[in-house]
Design a protein around this ligand. Structure first.
Ligand SMILES: [Zn+2]
Length: 84
């Protein structure tokens, strides 16, 4: 049975939580340049050569890897709270 009724979603207006189940990221996830930033935090290139990128803005896109960087993407090192 795949059909499930979405009960329990109360909508009160005063307490609106912005939760986007498909827009999350976990430490260790790797994102390609040009992908949308899903979580604010500190990212490092996955080749381990030391390049890092930090953002506190969700919805930005990841920058291209540096010249000479052998990494394929940005790996989430640690998350930081957004909007602080
Ligand atoms: Zn690098």
């Amino acid at each position: 049975m795949l059909c499930r009724e979405g009960r329990g979603s109360t909508r009160r207006g005063s307490h609106l939580v912005m939760s986007e189940p498909n827009e999350q990221a976990s430490v260790g996830d790797v994102f390609k340049p040009g992908q949308k930033v899903r979580a604010s935090g500190i990212y490092k290139c996955d080749s381990g050569c030391g390049h890092s990128y930090s953002t506190n803005v969700k919805g930005h896109t990841f920058p291209p890897m540096d010249d000479g960087c052998s990494g394929q993407g940005w790996k989430l090192e640690s998350k930081t709270p957004a909007g602080d």
